[in-house]
Design a protein around this ligand. Structure first.
Ligand code: PEP
Ligand code: MN
Length: 366
């Protein structure tokens, strides 16, 4: 029931004038909240207490210049004073301290301690191709399967995807292997169809600022995997996510997939520094796509290791059993045997960070 989420209370007060938020401690008493409000009013501002799921926030509005935060910070029950400076409200950590965990059911989560590994072909090419790859992906312990049924290609003459037939194949993969499905919706109308089949709607780099698509995704009951645009700043990425949350869908997963630079040793430059930067700014989970991020098969493993080490919440990886025959992105697709190696290696790296990767030896023996 996203529209009843307590976070929506925040929006009401975050008009132009909102200057600061006081976050109360989880166990702050009503009297402590009242005292903070009294103090704010005494300083000549307006106080807006906003009860949240876990704790109360108090919005401060008014145009009497900067708020003297130290006086408020010292009051009993106050956890912190946060200036509301960022243009994004709902995706910001200012409003939600705890990281968001997107729950897909059946024990599959994105943003929790277990890393989400999404693997599969760039595009669904045939039933046989999808099932062959899905069988291998499933065997490695990955719990999510990717595959485009609609492909946004640079050239109109390139393979555009199998369309609805591809979606049906993906649904059959889910039924057969219990893998959760991630597939891309390329436009507003198309999203309607995609959401009938998939578990997670992917919005691709080229569509990161397709605002009608973002708004439609915001009305969906399904989680959205939002990829960073090829030349998007982090603020632009977060504002794009804000569009989805503003419509009531809080289940958004961000994805760093490389940006365009002068480098010519890779297809894109995978900006791993974006991961801690986004995590500081936003409570949303963030994945890394080392396939599009490098464009080269041999670079997928090293960048996957680095992505896990830097703190990503998971990976989305292109896998193909015959990459030389792939209809799209064969150069960056790894073989199933390489995915197995990758999973084993990141399992060990994840353990260092107190995180897990499904599959392997569940007892934790490496
Ligand atoms: C893809 O995942 O196959 C894809 C097209 O990704 P991106 O939008 O990041 O280019
Ligand atoms: Mn691709």
């Amino acid at each position: 029931m996203p529209r009843q989420d307590p976070m929506l209370h925040y929006i009401l007060i975050l008009g132009e004038e909102a200057v600061m938020l006081i976050m109360m401690k989880a166990h702050a008493t009503a009297a402590e909240v009242e005292e903070v409000c009294r103090k704010i009013e005494e300083m000549g501002f307006r106080a807006h207490p906003i009860p949240g799921a876990l704790r109360t926030a108090i919005g401060i509005t008014g145009n009497r210049g900067p708020v003297e935060a130290t006086a408020l910070e010292a009051l009993p029950g106050v956890a912190e004073c946060v200036p509301v400076s960022k243009p994004y409200k709902l995706v910001g950590r200012e409003l939600r301290e705890d990281s968001t965990i997107v729950d897909l059911g059946d024990g599959v989560q994105i943003g929790g301690l277990e890393l989400a590994i999404i693997a599969g072909p760039c595009a669904v090419e045939s039933r046989e191709q999808a099932f062959t790859i899905a069988r291998a992906v499933h065997a490695t312990g990955a719990r999510l399967f990717r595959g485009g049924a609609y492909k946004p290609r640079t050239s109109p003459y390139s393979f555009q995807g199998m369309g609805e037939e591809g979606l049906r194949i993906l649904a059959d993969v889910r039924a057969e292997f219990g893998l959760k499905i991630v597939t891309e919706a390329v436009d507003h109308e198309n999203l309607e169809l995609v959401e009938r089949y998939t578990d997670v709607i992917q919005i691709g780099a080229r569509n990161m600022q397709n605002f009608s698509l973002l708004k439609r995704a915001g009305k969906s009951r399904l989680p959205v995997l939002l990829k960073r645009g090829i030349s998007a700043t982090l603020d632009e990425l977060l504002m794009a996510a804000e569009y989805i949350l503003a419509e009531g869908n809080y289940r958004v997963i961000l994805c760093e997939r490389g940006v365009r630079t002068f480098a010519d040793h890779t297809r894109n430059t995978l900006d791993l520094s974006a991961i801690p930067a986004v995590q500081r700014l936003s409570h949303l989970p963030i994945l890394v796509d080392p396939s599009h991020g490098t464009g080269r098969r041999e670079k997928v493993l090293p960048l996957s290791r680095a992505a896990v080490a830097v703190g990503a919440d998971g990976l989305i990886i292109e896998v193909h059993h015959k990459p030389d025959e792939a209809l799209s992105d064969g150069n960056q697709s790894i073989l199933p045997s390489q995915l197995e190696v990758l999973m084993n290696e990141i399992r060990q790296i994840a353990a260092v960070l107190g995180r897990r990767v499904a599959g392997g030896d569940e007892q934790g023996k490496l």
